[in-house]
Design a protein around this ligand. Sequence first.
Ligand SMILES: [Zn+2]
Length: 311
Amino acid sequence: MTRIRVGLDVGGTKIDAVAVSPEGEIAGRLRRPTGWGEAAVVSSIVDAVSALAEETGFDLSDVASAGVGIPGLVDADSGRVLHAVNLGVESLDLAARAGERLGVPFRVENDVKAAALGAAALSGAEGAMAYLNLGTGVAAGIVVDGRIWRGSRGIAGEVGHLSVDPNGRLCGCGQRGCIETFCGGGALARAWGRPGDLPVRDLLVAADAGDPDALLLEAGLYQGAAAGVRVLVLSADVERVIIGGGLTALGARLEDGIRAALLAGAEASPFMRSLHLDERIELLPAGSPAAAFGAAMVGASIPSKEIVSHG
Ligand SMILES: [Zn+2]
């Protein structure tokens, strides 16, 4: 019997699912739309695992574990998800409900933390690394020697809510000038405030045309992300910061912009220059399976006695 590890990255619109072989290779991958609301989220996860098994050619009885990365507050011990607003989930006993439907042991983790694990594994990063997610919101996951560093209350890596400008724009958390108000997709869209399906792209187009509001927001985007990189290196001395999330669709322009902001910020400081922050960042490649792969690693951390008792 093969022992397949399934990993699912559950986003607001789609689920990215991978099947990982015992050798750690990705044996299959598919994307499915995510349902809205608690029952639909469970069903779309169950359907994704079933479809992945069928397409890849394994039985559900071959699945040793399934891991889910999902936004919101996640209690990794109980497998419960709270306040996943973009999924219409208030409180969901996800590991138990999905596990019951499929007869497979499930483990659940916050999506950014799962992606951090996957990014660390796929990049071969050793020691301490961080994954900085520039999505609708901004958060980071810190991985030390292949394990997520949670801190005492699970807050480690919540760098999006570090205020870097006390007079800045109001953040959803109640503070002003949080890093997230500069480089979170949701906050940027609100600050831009003009209609359009791709507000961040629109504002870059406007910046190219010389629009002063857009130029300020673009500069702030890079400075905010650079502040995130800086705090991760200064507080956890991570060797690499891998940048992922929806905003990485901006590609080289984003990477170059953050790098330039890091260089400019270090210009007057021999200490900051000595850290070579601009050399420590990289963008997660477009379409990377890091988040789903990391979720599979989360599932694989289920103790073997638990697998036997459920499976
Ligand atoms: Zn905030």
